[in-house]
Design a protein around this ligand. Structure first.
Ligand code: SF4
Length: 259
């Protein structure tokens, strides 16, 4: 990679929350802008969506025919492609419609369905093109952006934070909400990255950072049922923000007997 790398931030089907992680860098954003050329980042100003870049950050899932076409161009013009957030990495909330009646959903949501072009499913970027690194979270945070950018600029493989939220809880001295209060918490199967922010404020983790490595979803769903959750409620906990992540999708199918 050249001394002054070219960077782009692309948006697909998403809420823009992960792009805000860049803008939330604060003073570090000025340092980043001084170290790289940000050639495309529509939310921040520069617009050149077809520019060739060293690092392309991609937010959002593939939900429309235009998305499916455009991601091929982004991939062809990017040396490294990094997905940012649950939408780009696991289909996002919009993947909740996968497997449902698309026409019925469109009819319920839009007054004029004819103006909406939608693919049958919302899918992660990796189902369409090669992805070099994935940042999980809904939204991601500024620290993740800086870490992966620094690693790629230095020519080293970014480190993948795939351990469970429970470990972040222990390091932070947070009291376990499931052990002490019997609250159904997704922390035992969710990857860290958030700093265990929800448990530290006394509420359960809702898995916005997606599945951790080596998760035992069967043990957790059994525990949830022991806490009084019906199977469909257990499945709902798995089918939230990262519902298209295979570990969560398969666990939800198992618990509802749909497999
Ligand atoms: Fe918005 Fe969450 Fe998708 Fe990021 S991952 S774009 S915050 S919905």
């Amino acid at each position: 990679m050249t001394a002054r790398a070219r960077v782009a931030v692309h948006k697909f089907s998403s809420c823009d929350g992960c792009q805000l992680a860049f803008l939330n860098l604060g003073p570090a954003l000025l340092d980043l802008a001084a170290a790289v050329d940000i050639v495309h980042f529509a939310e921040a100003g520069p617009v050149d969506p077809e520019a060739e870049v060293d690092i392309a950050f991609v937010e959002g899932s593939i939900t429309t025919p235009e998305d499916a076409h455009r991601i091929q161009t982004v991939r062809a013009r990017s040396h490294h492609l990094v997905t940012i957030g649950a939408c780009a990495t696991a289909g996002g909330l919009q993947a909740l419609r996968n497997g449902e009646d698309l026409e019925a959903w469109l009819g319920h949501v839009y007054a004029h369905r004819d103006f909406v072009a939608a693919l049958p499913e919302s899918t992660p970027i990796a189902e369409h093109v090669k992805v070099d690194f994935e940042l999980w979270g809904c939204p991601i945070n500024a620290r993740q952006v800086l870490a992966v950018t620094n690693a790629l600029l230095l020519g080293v493989t970014p480190s993948d934070e795939a351990e469970k939220v429970c470990l972040a809880c222990k390091r932070a001295g947070a009291v376990c909400v499931m052990v002490t209060r019997g609250v159904a918490c997704m922390g035992p199967v969710t990857r860290t990255g958030c700093g265990a922010i929800c448990p530290r404020f006394g509420r359960d983790c809702y898995a916005c950072y997606g599945p951790a490595e080596g998760v035992n979803t069967r043990a957790l769903t059994t525990r949830f049922e022991g806490l009084g959750l019906a199977p469909e409620d257990v499945a709902r906990r798995l089918r939230f923000i990262n519902n298209a992540a295979p570990a969560f999708r398969e666990a939800a199918r198992t618990v509802t007997g749909d497999d």
